[in-house]
Design a protein around this ligand. Structure first.
Ligand code: ADP
Length: 328
C-alpha cells in the first residue's frame, strides 16, 4: 500500500515546448482542488539538486495558460546523471516534504525519473512535452500542435514570395529523429515534396518530383525537409545539388529554427495540457507511479514510462501517400 501523498513537486525538463505552462497550471490547480500541497521546482533536475523550490497555490499560476515557454524554466542537468546528484535531489525533496513528482519533458527526462524512482522508490508521473511528437504512448505531445501551426503560418508567408518570383524554397523544420512536423506541416502548407528521417526518399526521387511539378505547370515549389532526413546532405548542400540539376530554378533555403518552439500554445495544446495535468496528479493520488500520461483515440491513458521511453512513435505512412496525391 503506497503512503498517502500530501505534497507534489512539478518540474519542466529538457527542451521547452508551448503548453508546458498550461500543464504546470493544471498540476498546481488539481493539487489545490484535492487539498494537497504543490511545489514548483525550477530549472528541472538541476533545481531539484540545488533546492530551487517554490510553494505554489492556484493563484501562482494566473495568466499563464496562454504563455509559451515555461515559468519554471527548463535545464539539462549533467549532475542528475550521477548518483551523488540524485542523492542530493532526494534529500531536498524529503526536506521540503514533497512525496511525489510530476515531470514534464521528453524521453531523457523520463529516463531520469524512472532511475530516480528505482533508487528511492519515489512516485513519479510523466507528461510528454516536446514539439517533436516522438514519444510512444501518446498521439500528441505538448507543443506539437502549436509548432505545426507556427510552421504552416510561416510557410504560407514564404509561399507568397515563392510564387511571386518562380522560386523553389527548401524549408528545414525541426525533427532530428522524427518527421511528424515535416510531414503534417508539409501537407497542411501544400508542400510539393516532404523529406523525413523515417523514409529515405533519395535524391533521384526529389529531382523526379521537381521535374513532374514543373511539367505540370507549377511555377514555384515548396519542399519541406526535416532536420534529420536521411538523404544525408545539409539543406544548403541540397540547394547546390538541385541548382546543378535545374539551373533554371532560383533555389532559396529557409531554416525555421527555434521560432518553432515558441509562441502562445494553440487551443488544442492548452486543453491537452489541462487534461494531462489532472490525470497525472489524480493517478499519483490513486497510488500509481512510473507512468506517462498521454492521449490515444482522444482518451487520456497511462503508459508505463519504460515503454514510453523505449517504444517508437511511428509515423503514419498513409500521410506520405496523401502528400503524393496532393502534389500531383
Ligand atoms: P528531453 O527530456 O527533452 O528528452 P534530455 O534528453 O536533455 O531532454 O533530458 C533532460 C534531462 O533528464 C537531462 O538533462 C538529465 O538531467 C536527465 N536525464 C536524461 N537522461 C538521463 C539518465 N540516463 N540518467 C539520469 N538523468 C537523465
Amino acid at each position: 500500500m503506497s503512503k498517502t501523498i500530501k505534497k507534489i513537486g512539478v518540474l519542466t525538463s529538457g527542451g521547452d515546448s508551448p503548453g508546458m505552462n498550461a500543464a504546470i497550471r493544471s498540476v498546481v490547480r488539481t493539487c489545490a482542488f484535492h487539498n494537497i500541497g504543490c511545489v514548483g521546482i525550477y530549472r528541472g533536475y538541476q533545481g531539484m539538486i540545488e533546492g530551487d523550490f517554490k510553494e505554489m497555490g492556484p493563484r501562482s499560476v494566473n495568466n499563464i495558460v496562454n504563455k509559451g515557454g515555461t515559468i519554471l524554466k527548463s535545464a539539462r542537468s549533467m549532475d542528475f546523471k550521477t548518483p551523488e546528484g540524485r542523492e542530493k535531489a532526494h534529500k531536498n525533496l524529503v526536506k521540503a516534504g514533497i512525496d511525489a513528482l510530476v515531470v514534464i519533458g521528453g524521453d531523457g527526462s523520463f529516463t531520469g525519473a524512472l532511475l530516480f524512482n528505482s533508487e528511492y522508490d519515489f512516485p513519479v508521473m510523466g507528461i510528454p512535452g516536446t514539439i517533436d511528437n516522438d514519444i510512444y504512448g501518446t498521439s500528441y505531445t505538448l507543443g506539437y500542435d502549436t509548432a505545426l501551426n507556427t510552421v504552416v503560418e510561416v510557410i504560407d508567408k514564404i509561399r507568397d514570395t515563392a510564387s511571386s518570383h518562380n522560386r523553389l524554397f527548401l524549408i528545414e523544420v525541426m525533427g532530428r529523429d522524427a518527421g511528424h512536423i515535416a510531414l503534417n506541416a508539409g501537407i497542411g502548407a501544400g508542400a510539393e515534396e516532404i523529406l523525413i528521417p523515417e523514409e529515405d526518399l533519395g535524391l533521384d526521387r526529389l529531382l523526379d518530383s521537381l521535374r513532374k511539378s514543373k511539367a505540370a505547370g507549377k511555377s514555384s515549389s515548396i519542399v519541406v525537409i526535416s532536420e534529420g532526413d536521411k538523404i544525408g546532405k545539409t539543406v544548403f548542400e541540397l540547394k547546390d545539388y538541385v541548382e546543378s540539376n535545374f539551373p533554371e530554378y532560383d533555389v532559396r533555403v529557409s531554416v525555421l529554427g527555434h521560432m518553432q518552439r515558441g509562441g502562445a500554445p494553440s487551443c488544442f495544446d492548452r486543453v491537452l495540457a489541462s487534461r494531462l495535468g489532472v490525470k497525472a496528479v489524480e493517478s499519483l493520488l490513486e497510488g500509481e507511479s512510473n507512468y506517462m500520461v498521454g492521449i490515444l483515440a482522444d482518451k487520456i491513458v497511462l503508459t508505463p514510462l519504460e515503454q514510453a521511453i523505449k517504444g517508437d512513435s511511428e509515423i503514419d505512412t498513409e500521410l506520405l501517400r496523401v502528400s503524393d496525391i496532393m502534389s500531383i
